[in-house]
Ligand binder design. Structure first.
Ligand code: COA
Length: 259
């Protein structure tokens, strides 16, 4: 079992920590495999409601291990998915909310994976950098599609073509992360948000994530899709528990709701 990825389960929250500090959490094949397993395990576990992705105190991740890229480059089109592709798909398809907690540098895939997280908090001293072109590589992880959508085409072009450092403050201003915290406090805020999410109705959260991440469609099409889900959920045990809790002046408890 690898120690370069740590997994901790507490109160419905699975925290996955990249833990290779001496190499700035550069991600190896083994680390991608362990992170994919940890995400898929969280998805399969009914007791887990939220996933946090974190690095160590001084670094989120320096991105892909450049030695691995040179020595044993992954074949991203291979049928038997290499670990990096398994990780990318596991995060991309995660139905449960995922929160990133960033301190120090987040480089390469450390930036592009944020596009697939639902919340991202960064300590004041953190920075993001997507130096793909500086390494003579094109960008990955659907970032050329999702980054323009997240921050606008001009900013996305600047980030992906120039590959310069973006401070946590600038990243928050452009909507690339949720909020900036004091240095060292990103994981604490991520955990607070995770605890709030873990107390909410799991199916309602899952459907909200699904709608927020659905591809483009007309407002009328989206409203029709929302109406189907909304109508169905008015019949759910989660909704009945929410309303019962309101009238009984207590917090809802969704742990016994089957749906
Ligand atoms: N792959 C492999 N090893 C890496 C690495 C990476 N992506 N990033 C850092 N390391 C290693 C360094 O080689 C060094 O190893 P050593 O102590 O055996 O010499 C160690 O981690 C510390 O890195 P260092 O560069 O000294 O740390 P720093 O604090 O000065 O800088 C970074 C941190 C992240 C800014 C810098 O390491 C960096 O730019 N890394 C490469 C980022 C990158 O291009 N990633 C790929 C994106 S596609």
């Amino acid at each position: 079992m690898t120690t370069t990825i740590l997994v901790c389960d507490q109160a419905g929250v699975r925290t996955i920590t990249m833990n290779r500090a001496n190499k700035k959490n550069a991600l190896t094949h083994e680390m991608y495999a362990a992170m994919a397993d940890a995400i898929l395990g969280a998805e399969a576990n009914p007791n887990t409601q939220v996933i946090i992705l974190s690095g160590t105190k001084e670094c989120f991740t320096a991105g892909n291990d450049l030695g691995d890229f040179l020595g044993t480059p992954p074949d991203l089109e291979a049928q038997d998915n290499p670990p990096v592709a398994r990780f990318m798909v596991a995060l991309l398809e995660a139905k449960k909310p995922v929160i990133a907690a960033i301190e120090g540098p987040a480089v390469g895939i450390g930036v592009t994976l944020l596009l697939h997280c639902d919340f991202a908090y960064a300590g004041k001293g953190a920075y993001l950098q997507a130096p793909f072109v500086n390494l003579a590589l094109p960008p990955e992880y659907a970032s050329t599609l999702m980054l323009p959508f997240a921050v606008g085409p001009k900013r996305a072009t600047e980030i992906l073509m120039l590959g310069e450092k973006i401070t946590a403050k600038a990243a928050a201003e452009m909507g690339l992360i949720t909020a900036v915290t004091d240095t060292g406090a990103a994981l604490k805020l991520a955990t607070q948000t995770a605890n709030k999410l873990a107390a909410k109705a799991p199916t309602a959260l899952r459907l909200t994530k699904q709608l927020l991440r659905a591809g483009p469609e007309s407002p009328a099409q989206r409203m029709a899709r929302e109406n189907v889900l909304f109508g169905t959920r008015l019949q759910s045990a989660e909704f009945k528990e929410s309303v019962a809790a309101f009238f009984e002046k207590r917090n809802p408890d969704y742990s016994k709701c089957e749906d």
